[in-house]
Design a binder for this molecule. Structure first.
Ligand SMILES: [Zn+2]
Length: 226
């Protein structure tokens, strides 16, 4: 009895030791930076949720085990609340992208604060989470935008790589853009709502495997900013 227990103990110790020495995600080679930590990158999706593309994009992210950040628009949440709940339940982060996606150049801080508050309330009610990130439509940052973000307790988030999927940029161009520009700490701009035939799902099927092969770890914007 004692011998068996010792043998089981030794076996457990072996498994634990092996487990500790195996690299994380050992099926995929991790290209480490010089300081030894993996490169990190954040995929972001604006303007949804949309019944046309958000589900397909979520399927692709799930297939590759990728967590991303969705900057959602209030009017679209009202049209597809189930998709907002699905985004959250599958472990992605939600950001505020205003209620009606207005042009912000001439908008005063009080009106923008209402836009933010309305979408904030929707996200809380529909998905039970409180967004802390705000991406202004078209990346417009004015004094009013900064004031409204600060007043609402938001961190302003832009991006460092624009795939131009919103302009229906072809898949091959999107892949080339990412290959040319991607580096540690980047935030990539995609859209899960576009007017027209979106290149985004097909682009993701190429961009994500390329980034994985290059050793990138996918994080949410919140994780990247920590
Ligand atoms: Zn937008």
């Amino acid at each position: 009895m004692g011998l068996i227990r010792r043998r089981i103990g030794a076996l457990l110790l072996t498994i634990l030791t092996l487990g500790l020495t195996l690299p994380r995600g050992n099926a995929v080679p991790i290209t480490a930076k010089e300081n030894g930590s993996p490169k990190r990158i954040a995929l972001t999706f604006d303007d949804g949720p949309s019944t046309r593309y958000t589900g397909e994009i979520l399927d692709i992210l799930k297939e590759y085990g990728v967590k991303a950040t969705f900057f959602t628009v209030g009017v679209n949440i009202e049209k597809a609340p189930d998709l907002l709940r699905r985004i959250v339940s599958e472990g992605h982060e939600i950001g505020n992208h205003t209620y009606s996606h207005p042009h912000l150049q001439k908008m005063d801080a009080a009106t923008l604060a209402e836009e933010l508050a309305r979408t904030d309330a929707l996200i809380r009610r529909v998905a039970g989470v409180s967004p802390t990130l705000f991406r202004p439509p078209e990346g417009v940052v004015t004094t009013s935008v900064k004031a409204a973000a600060q007043g609402g307790g938001y961190r302003l988030v832009l991006w460092s790589i624009d795939t131009r999927d919103w302009a229906l940029n072809p898949v091959s161009d999107i892949l080339q853009t990412v290959k040319r520009e991607a580096s540690d700490g980047d935030i990539i701009l995609f859209h899960d709502w576009v007017a027209g035939r979106s290149p985004t799902p097909d682009a993701l099927r190429q961009v994500i495997p390329w980034l994985i092969a290059e050793g990138y770890e996918f994080v949410t914007v919140g994780q990247l900013m920590q």
